[in-house]
Design a binder for this molecule. Structure first.
Ligand code: 4FV
Length: 261
């Protein structure tokens, strides 16, 4: 069972999301357990103050260290009582880039994962000094808080836990599962706004469908994320399909008289 303890100033930004759809069912199946902790419960003044103005001046507010220390101390004590280990994650732009491999690693984690959600300008630097949390970034841009990144980590990891997604098959052949972009999907009806469905998908010819899908995945990756193909060893079949894609691409270009896409 995957266990996350989310420490946040805005529990209502987190709870509703993990109580929907696949994450909700995963918790009902006992495959996932997400506990959301309100940081204000770990403050000690009657105004439940969890942030303050920055030393040295400057805009915005900084999250106070003590409530975070108290929250982590309480969760540490609870884990020890239950004979469990803990891993403290801290979403921040300073962190190691999050990825599908990282998600697969979290999905196999046996320890309880505490996710500290920063907010405003950030947290008091002594949180890093004292707790040395594992920092993870969900992208090179700045958010208002760590709540959305926390949900990204939970969602990406939980869906890789066997039994969370209906059919484990769907995890095997998805984007980045083997760092290729996914093949295109179609469903009923067969005609939408005059747009049909590739014949091969209606053929029932499973091997032809498998090859078509592989070629489409290689094609999208080649056109949209060639970086994913760069240091990748291709199977003979993949190399053959990619050569077809490239030659077809080139012919399509020449057909269009060489103008860019
Ligand atoms: C972020 C990111 C992120 C920084 C200040 C929260 C914000 C605010 N976290 N990947 N990108 N965090 O922008 O993980 O407190």
């Amino acid at each position: 069972m995957l266990r996350f303890d989310v420490v946040t100033l805005f529990p209502d930004m987190v709870r509703p999301v993990v109580e929907q759809s696949i994450l909700k069912r995963a918790q009902e199946k006992g495959l996932l357990d997400v506990r959301v902790h309100n940081l204000r419960d770990y403050t000690d003044d009657r105004h439940r103050t969890a942030d303050d103005v920055p030393y040295g001046g400057g805009a915005g507010m900084v999250m106070k260290a003590e409530p975070i220390f108290r929250a982590v101390d309480a969760l540490t004590a609870e884990a020890q009582e239950d004979g469990e280990q803990m891993r403290v994650l801290f979403p921040s732009p300073h962190g190691r880039p999050f990825s599908q491999d990282y998600a697969q690693q979290l999905a196999r984690e046996q320890r309880r994962m505490v996710i500290l959600c920063g907010h405003y300008e950030g947290v008091d630097e002594r949180v890093r000094t004292a707790l040395a949390p594992e920092e993870v970034s969900v992208g090179d841009y700045v958010l208002t808080g760590g709540e959305l990144p926390a949900l990204i980590l939970i969602d990406a990891a939980a869906r890789l836990v066997p039994g969370v997604l209906g059919d484990p098959e769907s995890v095997m052949e998805e984007s980045f599962s083997d760092s290729l972009l996914e093949y295109p999907h179609y469903t009923r009806p067969g005609l939408v706004r005059g747009l049909g469905v590739p014949e091969v998908l209606l053929s029932g010819h499973h091997e032809a469908i498998r090859i078509w899908r592989r070629k489409q995945a290689l094609r999208s990756t080649y056109l949209r994320r060639p970086d994913l193909l760069r240091d990748r060893v291709l199977t003979d079949e993949d190399q053959r399909l990619l050569n077809e894609v490239i030659s077809e691409g080139v012919t399509a270009m020449s057909m269009r008289g060489g103008e860019e896409e």
